[in-house]
Design a protein around this ligand. Structure first.
Ligand code: PGA
Length: 249
């Protein structure tokens, strides 16, 4: 069975001090949680201290982005080797803020996914449509394109290390969550696509998590949907209590 994953994306928030306080508080609230995988993705500058704080706990560490080479002349980029050194297990790739504000395209995201896998980091591939695209009835087409291009040349065997996050752009940070049935419909079509692209096992076993204004009061209904395997949480993951309630849904 697919183990639920609750991932906190802290975005460009928290100094090192704030980050350590937040994760210490979270640790207390969730120390007995076993059946759900818990992940926090602080900004790069806080990874080292947060890594020390979560050592030997049930909280895993991830980064919010990554360069697509191991090293070299890439000013301002962070390599997978640097993330591994700090004990990161996951990396969020292709977040809509990276796509829309920083112009990352599917080709770049595909390179990052390959580089992450090569370095034993588990990519969380984010996909999602804008409001205009949804209104033009393009949701499925956009998402299928993002997945087909993002996962180009990835082997079926590598899919066990990849998580897909469906995050409708219009629901991120807006307080507007997709209705659970709307999210379920897209998750199910992503699962069908993965089955077509790879095989039945990949379709069945890949975790597909939902993101976009997830809060303690809407997580339960989202998690009741058969193809929703967890959440990628922005704003609400910055409050230890709220995030712990989401984790315990
Ligand atoms: P939000 O962000 O929960 O604040 O909407 C989700 C995300 O961008 O991953």
């Amino acid at each position: 069975m697919r183990k639920p994953l609750m991932a906190g994306n802290w975005k460009m928030n928290c100094t090192v001090k704030d980050a350590v306080e937040l994760v210490k508080e979270l640790k207390k609230y969730v120390k007995d949680v076993k059946n759900t995988e818990i992940l926090v993705c602080p900004p790069f500058t806080a990874l080292n201290e947060v890594s020390r704080t979560v050592k030997d706990s049930n909280i895993e560490l991830g980064a919010q982005n990554m360069g697509y080479e191991d090293s070299g002349a890439f000013t301002g980029e962070i390599s997978p080797l640097m993330l591994r050194e700090l004990k990161c297990r996951y990396v969020i790739l292709g977040h809509s803020e990276r796509r829309h504000i920083f112009n990352e395209n599917d080709g770049v995201i595909n390179k990052k996914i390959k580089c992450a896998l090569k370095n034993n980091l588990k990519p969380i591939l984010c996909v999602g449509e804008t409001l205009l695209q949804r209104r033009a009835n393009l949701t499925k087409k956009i998402i299928l394109n993002q997945i087909q291009n993002g996962l180009k040349d990835i082997k079926a065997d590598d899919m066990k290390n990849i998580v897909v996050a469906y995050e409708p752009v219009w629901a991120i940070g807006t307080g507007k969550t997709a209705m659970p049935y709307q999210a379920q419909e897209i998750h199910a079509s992503i699962r069908d696509l993965l089955e077509d692209m790879f095989n039945q096992d990949v379709g069945f076993n890949t975790r597909i998590i939902y993101g976009g204004s997830v809060k303690p009061d809407n997580i339960k209904e989202l998690m009741m949907q058969s193809d929703i395997d967890g959440a990628l949480v922005g704003g609400a993951s910055l409050k230890a209590k709220d995030f712990s309630q989401i984790i315990r849904y």
